[in-house]
Structure formats: structure tokens, C-alpha cells
Design a protein around this ligand. Structure first.
Ligand code: ATP
Length: 198
């Protein structure tokens, strides 16, 4: 399976661009969705998390209280390590299953932390969604109810624009109007169709 890894910083436009590829009939495997699925209500992983952290990380509807879990591991390296050791193999296994199950000519693998976790080696091609940091902040802030300070914290924990661009095979400049970005997607789609045939 020919894998196109798509990445970009917070608010850069990954979901927007991925939806365009999907409209072209391309299967999308989204690391964030997989990460959510593995801790779905009644999953084994969620039961283990509840056992380890206690009921305070579970919401009344039985789903994971992400904010509570984030707060619990924030200043506790040992607990953070325990959580990562539980979730990373599960997420990576499930992503492999979904990538293998894809039936389109190539598959788009959306991974926000592709560079940070050095996963770009597992992609045949890396597509970076690029946006100046100031615009990232404005778009992320207008979409979520996160404060600029919270967004800046996320930005500081992510790879820099330069680090991302250094591993890019292709780049979409998402500071332009969506109509132009959609044209880029069509062009890249044709290119990836060709590449995936060899
Ligand atoms: P995150 O990593 O934070 O989940 P993301 O990279 O998936 O974000 P999107 O949710 O696709 O980013 O886009 C962030 C915001 O910017 C959304 O509100 C989206 O509608 C808007 N947006 C995306 N592309 C453009 C564009 N070319 N012009 C204007 N607004 C855009």
C-alpha cells in the first residue's frame, strides 16, 4: 500500500486538506481518531486506565475525561510513561490494521506528530500543510475555545515549521484561499495516483 503521510502543526489545516483527499475517493487513516477509538467506552485500554488512575478520569457517560487525564500526567513522569506504554502499541497496531485495510489506490495517513515521533520513515511520501505561526494561532483560536496561551503551549511542544519542512516531499501553503488549496490537492492527487502505480 502506498502511504502518503500528512502532517502540520496545530490549526494548520490538516483536517481541511484530508477532507479534500477523501472527496477524491482516497481512504484516510487519522491518528487522532485511532487514538480516540482505542480508549472508547468499554475498551480494555479504558478499563486499564480507570484501574490505574481511578474513577476521576472517567466521565458520567463512561467515556474518558481527557482533561482530567492530561492533568493527572502533567507533572508525573512515571504515570505519563505508563500511559504511553499502554497506548502507543495499541494505536500503532490499529493504524497498521487500518492502513492495510485501505482499498483506494493510495492511502492518506494523517499524523499530527509525524515528525515529533519520527513516523515519516513509515510513509512513502510526506505532505506538509504549512502556515505561518501567527496564522496558526488565529485559526486554532477561532476554531476551538482555547486561549492563545494554551495554543502557544501546544506550539512550543510541537516540531518547528522548519523541522517539518525538512522532511517534506510536498508542501501545501495553506495561507492561501481554500479554492487554491483545493486545486493543489487535485494536482497532488494525480501525482500520487501515478506514484502509487509503480
Ligand atoms: P488541529 O491540529 O488543531 O486539529 P488542523 O490542522 O486539522 O487542526 P483544521 O481544523 O483543518 O486544522 O483548520 C483549522 C481552522 O482553519 C479551521 O477552522 C478551518 O476551517 C480553517 N482553515 C483551514 N484552511 C483554511 C484556509 N485555506 N483558509 C481559511 N481558513 C482555513
Amino acid at each position: 500500500m502506498f502511504i502518503v503521510g500528512l502532517t502540520g502543526g496545530i490549526g494548520s489545516g490538516k483536517s481541511t486538506v484530508a477532507a479534500e483527499f477523501q472527496r477524491q475517493g482516497i481512504d484516510v487513516v487519522d491518528a487522532d481518531l485511532v487514538a480516540r477509538d482505542v480508549v472508547a467506552p468499554n475498551s480494555q485500554a479504558l478499563q486499564q486506565i480507570q484501574y490505574y488512575f481511578g474513577d476521576s478520569v472517567i466521565l458520567t457517560d463512561g467515556s474518558l475525561d481527557r482533561a482530567a487525564l492530561r492533568a493527572a500526567v502533567f507533572n508525573n513522569e512515571q504515570q505519563r510513561r505508563w500511559l504511553n506504554q499502554l497506548l502507543h502499541p495499541l494505536i500503532s497496531q490499529e493504524m497498521q490494521v487500518q492502513l492495510k485495510a485501505a482499498s483506494s489506490p493510495y492511502v492518506l495517513w494523517v499524523v499530527p506528530l509525524l515528525v515529533e515521533n519520527k513516523l515519516y520513515q513509515q510513509a512513502d511520501r510526506v505532505l506538509v500543510i504549512d502556515l505561518p505561526v501567527e496564522q496558526q494561532k488565529l485559526r486554532a483560536a477561532s476554531r476551538d475555545r482555547q486561549s492563545i496561551a494554551q495554543i502557544e503551549q501546544v506550539l512550543a511542544s510541537q516540531a518547528s515549521r522548519q523541522q517539518r519542512l525538512a522532511v517534506a516531499d510536498d508542501v501545501i501553503d495553506n495561507s492561501r484561499p481554500l479554492s487554491e488549496v483545493k486545486r493543489d490537492v487535485s494536482t497532488l492527487h494525480q501525482h500520487y495516483l501515478q506514484l502509487s502505480q509503480h
